[in-house]
Design a protein around this ligand. Structure first.
Ligand code: HEM
Length: 480
Protein backbone atom coordinates (compact mmCIF):
# COMPACT_ATOMS: atom_id res chain seq x y z
CA UNK A 1 0.00 0.00 0.00
CA UNK A 2 2.85 2.32 0.91
CA UNK A 3 4.40 1.79 -2.57
CA UNK A 4 1.00 2.65 -4.14
CA UNK A 5 0.90 5.81 -2.05
CA UNK A 6 4.41 6.62 -3.28
CA UNK A 7 3.35 6.16 -6.92
CA UNK A 8 0.27 8.32 -6.34
CA UNK A 9 2.36 10.97 -4.62
CA UNK A 10 4.79 11.02 -7.54
CA UNK A 11 1.81 11.70 -9.86
CA UNK A 12 0.62 14.46 -7.50
CA UNK A 13 -2.41 12.35 -6.38
CA UNK A 14 -3.61 10.85 -3.08
CA UNK A 15 -5.60 7.80 -1.94
CA UNK A 16 -8.79 9.88 -2.14
CA UNK A 17 -8.31 10.13 -5.92
CA UNK A 18 -8.49 6.32 -6.46
CA UNK A 19 -12.28 6.18 -7.19
CA UNK A 20 -11.86 8.93 -9.80
CA UNK A 21 -8.89 7.11 -11.39
CA UNK A 22 -10.90 3.85 -11.53
CA UNK A 23 -13.90 5.72 -13.05
CA UNK A 24 -11.63 7.31 -15.69
CA UNK A 25 -10.14 3.90 -16.56
CA UNK A 26 -13.63 2.32 -16.87
CA UNK A 27 -14.67 5.21 -19.13
CA UNK A 28 -11.59 4.77 -21.31
CA UNK A 29 -12.08 1.00 -21.67
CA UNK A 30 -15.81 1.49 -22.45
CA UNK A 31 -14.93 4.07 -25.10
CA UNK A 32 -12.41 1.71 -26.66
CA UNK A 33 -14.96 -1.16 -26.69
CA UNK A 34 -17.59 1.18 -28.19
CA UNK A 35 -15.16 2.25 -30.91
CA UNK A 36 -14.30 -1.37 -31.75
CA UNK A 37 -18.00 -2.41 -31.92
CA UNK A 38 -18.66 0.16 -34.68
CA UNK A 39 -22.45 0.31 -34.23
CA UNK A 40 -24.43 0.31 -37.45
CA UNK A 41 -25.93 3.68 -38.37
CA UNK A 42 -27.99 3.30 -41.53
CA UNK A 43 -26.95 6.02 -43.98
CA UNK A 44 -29.70 8.58 -44.43
CA UNK A 45 -29.31 9.01 -48.19
CA UNK A 46 -29.91 5.40 -49.29
CA UNK A 47 -33.24 5.32 -51.14
CA UNK A 48 -35.85 2.72 -50.22
CA UNK A 49 -35.76 0.34 -47.27
CA UNK A 50 -32.49 0.33 -45.25
CA UNK A 51 -31.32 -2.98 -46.64
CA UNK A 52 -31.94 -3.30 -50.36
CA UNK A 53 -31.25 -6.85 -51.52
CA UNK A 54 -29.87 -7.56 -54.98
CA UNK A 55 -32.18 -10.57 -55.33
CA UNK A 56 -33.58 -10.68 -58.81
CA UNK A 57 -31.80 -7.53 -59.91
CA UNK A 58 -28.20 -8.59 -60.42
CA UNK A 59 -28.63 -10.32 -63.76
CA UNK A 60 -30.72 -7.47 -65.15
CA UNK A 61 -27.89 -5.00 -64.61
CA UNK A 62 -25.44 -7.47 -66.13
CA UNK A 63 -24.36 -5.20 -69.00
CA UNK A 64 -23.07 -2.43 -66.78
CA UNK A 65 -21.86 -4.63 -63.99
CA UNK A 66 -18.27 -4.82 -65.18
CA UNK A 67 -17.48 -1.44 -63.59
CA UNK A 68 -18.73 -2.49 -60.18
CA UNK A 69 -15.86 -4.59 -58.84
CA UNK A 70 -13.58 -1.54 -59.13
CA UNK A 71 -15.10 -0.08 -56.05
CA UNK A 72 -16.46 -3.07 -54.20
CA UNK A 73 -13.51 -5.25 -53.34
CA UNK A 74 -12.38 -5.11 -49.77
CA UNK A 75 -13.15 -8.01 -47.45
CA UNK A 76 -14.10 -8.46 -43.82
CA UNK A 77 -12.48 -11.91 -44.01
CA UNK A 78 -9.14 -10.12 -43.73
CA UNK A 79 -9.86 -9.50 -40.07
CA UNK A 80 -12.17 -12.24 -38.86
CA UNK A 81 -10.38 -15.07 -40.69
CA UNK A 82 -6.98 -13.42 -41.02
CA UNK A 83 -4.98 -15.76 -38.80
CA UNK A 84 -5.48 -18.76 -40.99
CA UNK A 85 -6.04 -17.12 -44.36
CA UNK A 86 -2.78 -15.23 -43.87
CA UNK A 87 -1.79 -12.89 -46.66
CA UNK A 88 -3.42 -14.77 -49.53
CA UNK A 89 -5.84 -14.18 -52.38
CA UNK A 90 -8.96 -14.06 -50.17
CA UNK A 91 -7.70 -11.30 -47.92
CA UNK A 92 -5.95 -9.21 -50.55
CA UNK A 93 -7.30 -6.19 -52.42
CA UNK A 94 -5.99 -3.83 -55.09
CA UNK A 95 -2.46 -4.44 -56.47
CA UNK A 96 -1.74 -7.16 -53.89
CA UNK A 97 -4.87 -9.08 -54.99
CA UNK A 98 -3.85 -8.65 -58.65
CA UNK A 99 -0.50 -10.24 -57.87
CA UNK A 100 -2.13 -13.10 -55.95
CA UNK A 101 -4.67 -13.68 -58.70
CA UNK A 102 -1.86 -13.91 -61.26
CA UNK A 103 0.07 -16.40 -59.13
CA UNK A 104 -3.07 -18.42 -58.34
CA UNK A 105 -4.11 -18.48 -62.01
CA UNK A 106 -0.85 -20.26 -62.85
CA UNK A 107 -1.91 -23.03 -60.46
CA UNK A 108 -5.00 -23.87 -62.46
CA UNK A 109 -3.07 -25.30 -65.34
CA UNK A 110 -3.95 -28.45 -67.28
CA UNK A 111 -1.24 -30.22 -65.24
CA UNK A 112 -2.98 -29.35 -62.01
CA UNK A 113 -6.23 -30.71 -63.38
CA UNK A 114 -4.56 -33.96 -64.42
CA UNK A 115 -2.84 -34.30 -61.06
CA UNK A 116 -6.17 -33.42 -59.42
CA UNK A 117 -7.82 -36.28 -61.31
CA UNK A 118 -5.14 -38.78 -60.20
CA UNK A 119 -5.27 -37.65 -56.58
CA UNK A 120 -9.06 -37.59 -56.41
CA UNK A 121 -9.26 -41.04 -58.02
CA UNK A 122 -6.91 -42.44 -55.36
CA UNK A 123 -9.06 -40.97 -52.58
CA UNK A 124 -12.41 -42.06 -54.07
CA UNK A 125 -10.98 -45.58 -54.35
CA UNK A 126 -10.32 -45.44 -50.60
CA UNK A 127 -13.89 -44.28 -50.05
CA UNK A 128 -15.18 -47.21 -52.14
CA UNK A 129 -13.01 -49.50 -49.98
CA UNK A 130 -14.44 -47.97 -46.81
CA UNK A 131 -18.05 -48.30 -48.02
CA UNK A 132 -17.33 -51.88 -49.09
CA UNK A 133 -16.19 -52.68 -45.55
CA UNK A 134 -19.26 -51.02 -44.08
CA UNK A 135 -21.60 -53.01 -46.34
CA UNK A 136 -20.18 -56.50 -45.60
CA UNK A 137 -21.56 -59.08 -46.34
CA UNK A 138 -22.67 -57.75 -49.70
CA UNK A 139 -26.40 -58.03 -49.04
CA UNK A 140 -26.12 -55.72 -46.00
CA UNK A 141 -27.03 -52.06 -46.01
CA UNK A 142 -25.28 -49.67 -43.72
CA UNK A 143 -26.24 -46.24 -42.44
CA UNK A 144 -23.37 -43.86 -43.11
CA UNK A 145 -22.90 -40.13 -42.61
CA UNK A 146 -21.91 -39.38 -46.20
CA UNK A 147 -21.25 -35.72 -45.43
CA UNK A 148 -18.59 -36.76 -42.92
CA UNK A 149 -17.12 -39.10 -45.57
CA UNK A 150 -16.96 -36.25 -48.11
CA UNK A 151 -15.33 -33.86 -45.65
CA UNK A 152 -12.71 -36.53 -44.90
CA UNK A 153 -12.19 -37.28 -48.57
CA UNK A 154 -11.84 -33.65 -49.67
CA UNK A 155 -9.36 -32.69 -46.95
CA UNK A 156 -7.18 -35.58 -48.14
CA UNK A 157 -7.60 -34.63 -51.81
CA UNK A 158 -6.69 -30.98 -51.24
CA UNK A 159 -3.83 -31.71 -48.80
CA UNK A 160 -2.38 -34.03 -51.41
CA UNK A 161 -2.80 -31.56 -54.29
CA UNK A 162 -1.52 -28.62 -52.23
CA UNK A 163 1.24 -30.13 -50.06
CA UNK A 164 1.83 -33.55 -51.59
CA UNK A 165 1.13 -35.26 -48.23
CA UNK A 166 -1.37 -38.00 -47.40
CA UNK A 167 -3.51 -37.34 -44.31
CA UNK A 168 -5.32 -40.71 -44.55
CA UNK A 169 -8.57 -39.37 -43.08
CA UNK A 170 -10.94 -41.79 -44.83
CA UNK A 171 -9.66 -45.06 -43.45
CA UNK A 172 -8.22 -43.93 -40.11
CA UNK A 173 -10.27 -43.67 -36.93
CA UNK A 174 -8.22 -40.81 -35.52
CA UNK A 175 -8.05 -37.82 -37.86
CA UNK A 176 -4.70 -36.14 -38.60
CA UNK A 177 -3.96 -33.18 -36.23
CA UNK A 178 -3.80 -30.85 -39.27
CA UNK A 179 -7.32 -31.92 -40.32
CA UNK A 180 -8.64 -31.46 -36.76
CA UNK A 181 -7.08 -27.98 -36.50
CA UNK A 182 -8.31 -27.02 -39.99
CA UNK A 183 -11.93 -27.83 -39.09
CA UNK A 184 -11.80 -26.35 -35.62
CA UNK A 185 -10.25 -23.03 -36.65
CA UNK A 186 -12.73 -22.57 -39.51
CA UNK A 187 -15.75 -23.39 -37.35
CA UNK A 188 -14.71 -21.18 -34.47
CA UNK A 189 -13.46 -18.18 -36.41
CA UNK A 190 -16.57 -17.85 -38.55
CA UNK A 191 -18.57 -17.29 -35.32
CA UNK A 192 -16.63 -14.02 -35.01
CA UNK A 193 -18.81 -12.54 -37.77
CA UNK A 194 -21.69 -12.47 -35.29
CA UNK A 195 -19.69 -11.24 -32.30
CA UNK A 196 -19.12 -7.47 -32.10
CA UNK A 197 -16.38 -7.77 -29.44
CA UNK A 198 -14.44 -10.68 -30.90
CA UNK A 199 -11.31 -8.56 -31.36
CA UNK A 200 -11.17 -7.97 -27.61
CA UNK A 201 -11.70 -11.62 -26.91
CA UNK A 202 -8.90 -12.51 -29.33
CA UNK A 203 -6.41 -9.85 -28.23
CA UNK A 204 -6.85 -10.66 -24.54
CA UNK A 205 -7.36 -14.41 -25.20
CA UNK A 206 -10.47 -14.22 -23.02
CA UNK A 207 -12.42 -17.24 -24.26
CA UNK A 208 -11.75 -20.92 -24.76
CA UNK A 209 -12.74 -20.52 -28.44
CA UNK A 210 -10.09 -17.81 -29.02
CA UNK A 211 -7.42 -19.90 -27.29
CA UNK A 212 -8.36 -22.91 -29.43
CA UNK A 213 -8.18 -20.78 -32.61
CA UNK A 214 -4.66 -19.66 -31.68
CA UNK A 215 -3.58 -23.23 -30.88
CA UNK A 216 -5.16 -24.61 -34.09
CA UNK A 217 -3.48 -21.94 -36.25
CA UNK A 218 -0.13 -22.84 -34.72
CA UNK A 219 -0.71 -26.54 -35.48
CA UNK A 220 -1.53 -25.74 -39.13
CA UNK A 221 1.35 -23.32 -39.57
CA UNK A 222 3.85 -25.71 -37.96
CA UNK A 223 2.64 -28.50 -40.26
CA UNK A 224 2.88 -26.28 -43.35
CA UNK A 225 6.36 -25.08 -42.40
CA UNK A 226 7.56 -28.62 -41.77
CA UNK A 227 6.37 -29.66 -45.24
CA UNK A 228 7.88 -26.54 -46.88
CA UNK A 229 11.27 -27.13 -45.23
CA UNK A 230 11.28 -30.79 -46.22
CA UNK A 231 10.44 -29.83 -49.85
CA UNK A 232 13.24 -27.26 -49.85
CA UNK A 233 15.65 -29.94 -48.60
CA UNK A 234 14.52 -32.32 -51.37
CA UNK A 235 14.99 -29.55 -53.95
CA UNK A 236 18.49 -28.71 -52.71
CA UNK A 237 19.43 -32.42 -52.85
CA UNK A 238 18.30 -32.40 -56.49
CA UNK A 239 15.64 -34.98 -55.71
CA UNK A 240 12.79 -35.10 -58.21
CA UNK A 241 9.91 -32.96 -57.03
CA UNK A 242 6.27 -34.07 -56.94
CA UNK A 243 3.37 -32.60 -58.91
CA UNK A 244 1.92 -30.89 -55.80
CA UNK A 245 1.47 -27.11 -55.74
CA UNK A 246 4.16 -26.52 -53.16
CA UNK A 247 6.78 -28.29 -55.25
CA UNK A 248 5.64 -26.43 -58.39
CA UNK A 249 5.85 -23.06 -56.67
CA UNK A 250 9.13 -23.50 -54.84
CA UNK A 251 11.16 -22.26 -57.77
CA UNK A 252 8.80 -19.84 -59.47
CA UNK A 253 9.67 -16.16 -59.50
CA UNK A 254 7.29 -13.41 -58.45
CA UNK A 255 6.57 -11.49 -61.68
CA UNK A 256 6.57 -8.21 -59.70
CA UNK A 257 9.99 -8.44 -58.02
CA UNK A 258 11.63 -11.45 -59.69
CA UNK A 259 12.09 -13.13 -56.28
CA UNK A 260 11.25 -16.73 -55.39
CA UNK A 261 8.45 -16.93 -52.78
CA UNK A 262 9.48 -17.02 -49.12
CA UNK A 263 8.23 -19.64 -46.65
CA UNK A 264 5.33 -17.51 -45.39
CA UNK A 265 4.19 -16.59 -48.90
CA UNK A 266 4.25 -20.24 -49.97
CA UNK A 267 2.35 -21.26 -46.86
CA UNK A 268 -0.37 -18.65 -47.45
CA UNK A 269 -0.74 -19.59 -51.14
CA UNK A 270 -1.36 -23.26 -50.44
CA UNK A 271 -3.51 -22.66 -47.35
CA UNK A 272 -5.79 -20.31 -49.31
CA UNK A 273 -6.07 -22.98 -51.99
CA UNK A 274 -7.13 -25.57 -49.41
CA UNK A 275 -9.60 -23.27 -47.72
CA UNK A 276 -11.16 -22.32 -51.07
CA UNK A 277 -11.54 -25.86 -52.30
CA UNK A 278 -12.13 -28.24 -49.44
CA UNK A 279 -15.41 -27.35 -47.69
CA UNK A 280 -17.06 -25.96 -50.82
CA UNK A 281 -16.55 -29.23 -52.71
CA UNK A 282 -17.54 -31.43 -49.74
CA UNK A 283 -20.83 -29.51 -49.33
CA UNK A 284 -21.56 -29.75 -53.07
CA UNK A 285 -21.03 -33.53 -53.03
CA UNK A 286 -23.30 -34.00 -50.01
CA UNK A 287 -26.14 -32.02 -51.60
CA UNK A 288 -25.67 -33.96 -54.84
CA UNK A 289 -26.24 -37.33 -53.15
CA UNK A 290 -29.25 -35.85 -51.36
CA UNK A 291 -30.83 -34.51 -54.57
CA UNK A 292 -30.11 -37.72 -56.49
CA UNK A 293 -31.77 -39.78 -53.75
CA UNK A 294 -34.82 -37.52 -53.99
CA UNK A 295 -34.82 -37.67 -57.81
CA UNK A 296 -34.14 -41.35 -58.68
CA UNK A 297 -34.99 -40.85 -62.38
CA UNK A 298 -32.13 -38.32 -62.62
CA UNK A 299 -29.80 -40.76 -60.84
CA UNK A 300 -30.63 -43.47 -63.39
CA UNK A 301 -29.69 -41.12 -66.25
CA UNK A 302 -26.41 -40.17 -64.54
CA UNK A 303 -25.44 -43.82 -64.02
CA UNK A 304 -26.27 -44.60 -67.68
CA UNK A 305 -24.09 -41.73 -68.87
CA UNK A 306 -21.19 -42.81 -66.64
CA UNK A 307 -21.42 -46.39 -67.92
CA UNK A 308 -21.48 -45.15 -71.50
CA UNK A 309 -18.64 -42.61 -71.27
CA UNK A 310 -16.32 -44.22 -68.70
CA UNK A 311 -16.97 -47.94 -69.03
CA UNK A 312 -17.71 -48.28 -72.76
CA UNK A 313 -21.33 -49.22 -72.06
CA UNK A 314 -20.32 -52.17 -69.88
CA UNK A 315 -22.55 -52.08 -66.76
CA UNK A 316 -20.59 -54.87 -65.04
CA UNK A 317 -17.33 -52.94 -65.52
CA UNK A 318 -18.90 -49.86 -63.94
CA UNK A 319 -19.54 -51.91 -60.78
CA UNK A 320 -16.19 -53.71 -60.73
CA UNK A 321 -13.59 -53.16 -57.98
CA UNK A 322 -10.81 -53.67 -60.52
CA UNK A 323 -10.63 -51.04 -63.21
CA UNK A 324 -8.11 -49.06 -65.20
CA UNK A 325 -7.43 -45.42 -64.32
CA UNK A 326 -7.98 -44.68 -68.02
CA UNK A 327 -11.71 -45.31 -67.52
CA UNK A 328 -11.82 -42.28 -65.21
CA UNK A 329 -9.37 -40.10 -67.15
CA UNK A 330 -9.50 -36.32 -67.21
CA UNK A 331 -10.91 -36.52 -70.77
CA UNK A 332 -13.65 -39.04 -69.93
CA UNK A 333 -14.75 -37.06 -66.88
CA UNK A 334 -14.84 -33.96 -69.10
CA UNK A 335 -17.29 -35.75 -71.41
CA UNK A 336 -19.90 -36.37 -68.69
CA UNK A 337 -22.33 -33.70 -69.92
CA UNK A 338 -25.49 -34.68 -68.07
CA UNK A 339 -23.57 -35.35 -64.83
CA UNK A 340 -22.05 -31.86 -65.21
CA UNK A 341 -25.56 -30.40 -65.56
CA UNK A 342 -26.64 -32.27 -62.42
CA UNK A 343 -23.74 -30.72 -60.46
CA UNK A 344 -24.67 -27.25 -61.78
CA UNK A 345 -28.30 -27.75 -60.79
CA UNK A 346 -27.26 -28.85 -57.30
CA UNK A 347 -25.05 -25.76 -56.97
CA UNK A 348 -27.86 -23.49 -58.20
CA UNK A 349 -30.20 -24.70 -55.43
CA UNK A 350 -27.54 -25.32 -52.77
CA UNK A 351 -24.67 -22.91 -53.49
CA UNK A 352 -21.67 -23.77 -51.31
CA UNK A 353 -21.22 -20.06 -50.51
CA UNK A 354 -24.85 -19.03 -49.87
CA UNK A 355 -24.17 -15.34 -49.16
CA UNK A 356 -21.23 -13.20 -50.17
CA UNK A 357 -20.27 -9.80 -48.86
CA UNK A 358 -18.19 -6.95 -50.21
CA UNK A 359 -17.32 -3.52 -48.85
CA UNK A 360 -17.46 -0.33 -50.89
CA UNK A 361 -14.04 1.27 -50.73
CA UNK A 362 -15.51 4.52 -52.06
CA UNK A 363 -19.02 5.87 -52.55
CA UNK A 364 -20.68 5.03 -55.83
CA UNK A 365 -23.95 4.08 -57.48
CA UNK A 366 -25.08 0.66 -58.59
CA UNK A 367 -26.06 0.57 -62.25
CA UNK A 368 -29.74 0.57 -61.18
CA UNK A 369 -29.20 3.90 -59.39
CA UNK A 370 -28.90 2.64 -55.81
CA UNK A 371 -26.45 4.84 -53.91
CA UNK A 372 -23.71 2.95 -52.06
CA UNK A 373 -21.98 5.05 -49.38
CA UNK A 374 -18.24 4.52 -48.86
CA UNK A 375 -17.50 1.81 -46.31
CA UNK A 376 -20.93 0.20 -46.45
CA UNK A 377 -21.29 -3.51 -46.96
CA UNK A 378 -23.06 -4.95 -49.98
CA UNK A 379 -24.44 -8.47 -49.81
CA UNK A 380 -25.72 -10.74 -52.51
CA UNK A 381 -27.21 -14.16 -51.99
CA UNK A 382 -26.60 -16.90 -54.58
CA UNK A 383 -28.97 -19.04 -52.46
CA UNK A 384 -31.91 -16.63 -52.85
CA UNK A 385 -31.05 -15.86 -56.48
CA UNK A 386 -30.87 -19.58 -57.31
CA UNK A 387 -34.49 -20.00 -56.21
CA UNK A 388 -35.87 -16.79 -57.69
CA UNK A 389 -38.60 -17.32 -60.30
CA UNK A 390 -37.83 -13.99 -61.99
CA UNK A 391 -34.36 -15.35 -62.79
CA UNK A 392 -34.97 -19.06 -63.38
CA UNK A 393 -38.63 -19.22 -64.39
CA UNK A 394 -41.70 -20.66 -62.69
CA UNK A 395 -39.98 -24.01 -62.12
CA UNK A 396 -37.11 -22.33 -60.22
CA UNK A 397 -37.54 -24.56 -57.17
CA UNK A 398 -37.70 -27.75 -59.22
CA UNK A 399 -34.59 -29.92 -59.56
CA UNK A 400 -34.17 -29.93 -63.33
CA UNK A 401 -30.61 -30.46 -64.66
CA UNK A 402 -31.94 -30.24 -68.24
CA UNK A 403 -32.02 -26.45 -67.88
CA UNK A 404 -28.23 -26.51 -68.32
CA UNK A 405 -28.21 -28.71 -71.43
CA UNK A 406 -28.84 -27.44 -74.94
CA UNK A 407 -28.57 -29.71 -77.96
CA UNK A 408 -26.49 -32.29 -76.05
CA UNK A 409 -24.01 -29.68 -74.83
CA UNK A 410 -23.68 -27.71 -71.59
CA UNK A 411 -25.32 -24.33 -71.87
CA UNK A 412 -23.27 -22.07 -69.58
CA UNK A 413 -25.44 -19.44 -67.89
CA UNK A 414 -24.22 -15.87 -67.36
CA UNK A 415 -22.04 -15.53 -64.23
CA UNK A 416 -24.43 -12.83 -63.06
CA UNK A 417 -27.40 -15.15 -63.24
CA UNK A 418 -25.64 -18.24 -61.81
CA UNK A 419 -23.67 -16.52 -59.03
CA UNK A 420 -22.59 -19.66 -57.14
CA UNK A 421 -18.98 -19.10 -58.19
CA UNK A 422 -19.16 -15.30 -57.78
CA UNK A 423 -18.83 -13.13 -60.89
CA UNK A 424 -16.54 -10.64 -62.58
CA UNK A 425 -12.91 -10.10 -61.61
CA UNK A 426 -13.14 -12.25 -58.52
CA UNK A 427 -14.84 -15.19 -60.17
CA UNK A 428 -13.87 -18.47 -58.46
CA UNK A 429 -10.65 -19.76 -59.97
CA UNK A 430 -11.32 -23.33 -58.90
CA UNK A 431 -14.63 -23.93 -60.68
CA UNK A 432 -13.18 -26.40 -63.24
CA UNK A 433 -11.34 -28.30 -60.51
CA UNK A 434 -14.44 -28.40 -58.28
CA UNK A 435 -16.61 -29.69 -61.14
CA UNK A 436 -14.00 -32.31 -61.98
CA UNK A 437 -13.81 -33.56 -58.37
CA UNK A 438 -17.60 -33.79 -58.08
CA UNK A 439 -18.05 -35.67 -61.37
CA UNK A 440 -15.20 -38.05 -60.65
CA UNK A 441 -16.60 -38.96 -57.23
CA UNK A 442 -20.05 -39.55 -58.77
CA UNK A 443 -18.56 -41.65 -61.59
CA UNK A 444 -16.91 -43.99 -59.09
CA UNK A 445 -19.62 -44.13 -56.43
CA UNK A 446 -23.00 -44.13 -58.16
CA UNK A 447 -22.65 -47.27 -60.32
CA UNK A 448 -21.24 -49.20 -57.32
CA UNK A 449 -23.60 -48.16 -54.51
CA UNK A 450 -27.23 -47.18 -54.01
CA UNK A 451 -27.68 -44.23 -51.67
CA UNK A 452 -31.03 -43.47 -50.06
CA UNK A 453 -31.89 -40.92 -47.40
CA UNK A 454 -32.01 -42.40 -43.89
CA UNK A 455 -33.71 -40.77 -40.91
CA UNK A 456 -36.02 -38.68 -43.13
CA UNK A 457 -33.58 -35.82 -43.75
CA UNK A 458 -35.55 -32.77 -44.89
CA UNK A 459 -32.63 -30.88 -46.43
CA UNK A 460 -31.89 -28.61 -43.45
CA UNK A 461 -28.57 -26.78 -43.40
CA UNK A 462 -26.12 -25.24 -40.94
CA UNK A 463 -25.48 -21.54 -40.89
CA UNK A 464 -21.74 -21.28 -41.48
CA UNK A 465 -19.62 -19.58 -44.17
CA UNK A 466 -20.43 -22.53 -46.43
CA UNK A 467 -23.62 -24.61 -46.63
CA UNK A 468 -23.22 -27.97 -44.87
CA UNK A 469 -26.29 -30.16 -44.36
CA UNK A 470 -27.67 -30.22 -40.81
CA UNK A 471 -27.08 -32.05 -38.62
CA UNK A 472 -25.39 -34.52 -41.00
CA UNK A 473 -26.31 -36.62 -44.06
CA UNK A 474 -27.20 -40.10 -42.87
CA UNK A 475 -27.70 -42.36 -45.89
CA UNK A 476 -28.53 -46.00 -46.31
CA UNK A 477 -25.77 -47.41 -48.50
CA UNK A 478 -26.24 -50.68 -50.39
CA UNK A 479 -23.93 -52.36 -52.92
CA UNK A 480 -25.36 -52.52 -56.46
C1 HEM B 1 -18.33 -26.13 -55.45
C2 HEM B 1 -17.19 -25.61 -55.19
C3 HEM B 1 -16.87 -24.13 -55.11
C4 HEM B 1 -17.69 -23.05 -54.99
C5 HEM B 1 -19.21 -23.03 -54.93
C6 HEM B 1 -16.85 -21.87 -54.95
C7 HEM B 1 -17.31 -20.58 -54.82
C8 HEM B 1 -16.48 -19.46 -54.75
C9 HEM B 1 -16.95 -18.12 -54.47
C10 HEM B 1 -18.39 -17.72 -54.21
C11 HEM B 1 -15.88 -17.30 -54.48
C12 HEM B 1 -15.86 -15.80 -54.20
C13 HEM B 1 -15.50 -15.63 -52.72
C14 HEM B 1 -15.44 -14.20 -52.26
O1 HEM B 1 -16.09 -13.33 -52.82
O2 HEM B 1 -14.77 -13.97 -51.30
C15 HEM B 1 -14.72 -18.11 -54.77
C16 HEM B 1 -13.44 -17.62 -54.89
C17 HEM B 1 -12.34 -18.42 -55.10
N1 HEM B 1 -12.33 -19.79 -55.26
FE1 HEM B 1 -13.93 -21.02 -55.27
N2 HEM B 1 -15.54 -22.26 -55.06
C18 HEM B 1 -15.51 -23.64 -55.15
C19 HEM B 1 -14.39 -24.43 -55.26
C20 HEM B 1 -13.11 -23.97 -55.39
C21 HEM B 1 -11.95 -24.81 -55.57
C22 HEM B 1 -11.95 -26.33 -55.66
C23 HEM B 1 -10.89 -23.98 -55.62
C24 HEM B 1 -9.46 -24.35 -55.78
C25 HEM B 1 -8.81 -24.95 -54.95
C26 HEM B 1 -11.37 -22.61 -55.52
C27 HEM B 1 -10.57 -21.49 -55.58
C28 HEM B 1 -11.03 -20.19 -55.43
C29 HEM B 1 -10.16 -19.03 -55.39
C30 HEM B 1 -8.64 -19.04 -55.53
C31 HEM B 1 -10.98 -17.91 -55.19
C32 HEM B 1 -10.56 -16.45 -55.03
C33 HEM B 1 -10.72 -15.67 -56.31
C34 HEM B 1 -10.35 -14.21 -56.13
O3 HEM B 1 -10.60 -13.63 -55.07
O4 HEM B 1 -9.80 -13.65 -57.08
N3 HEM B 1 -12.72 -22.65 -55.38
N4 HEM B 1 -15.11 -19.42 -54.93
Amino acid sequence: MSSLNEVLAMAGLSEADIPRIVAALVLLVSLAIWKSIKPYHPPKNVPGPPCKPFVGVLHLIDKNWSTLPDFILSYDQKFALGEFLGDGIFTADGPSWKHHRKVASQMFSRNLMRNGTTVALRQVKLLVEKLDKLTQPSSTSSTVDMQDMFFRMTIDVFASIAFGVELDSILSDKPHPFAVAFDEVQNLSQKRFRDPIWRWKRNLQLTDAERRIRKGCKTMKDFAMEVIHSKRREASNNESMGPDLLSRFLDTKNPLDGEAPGDNELRDIVMNFMIAGRDTTACALSWTLYELAKNPEVCVKVVEEIQQVCNGGDAAASRSRTFSDAEYSYENIGNLTYTHAVAMEVLRLHPSVPVDIKFAVKADKLPDGTFIPAGSSVLYSPYAMGRNEKIWGVDAKKFKPERFVDDGKISEPSQYKFTTFNAGYRLCLGKPLAMLEIKLALAMLLPRFKFSIANGHKGGYQSTLVLPMAPELMMTVTKR
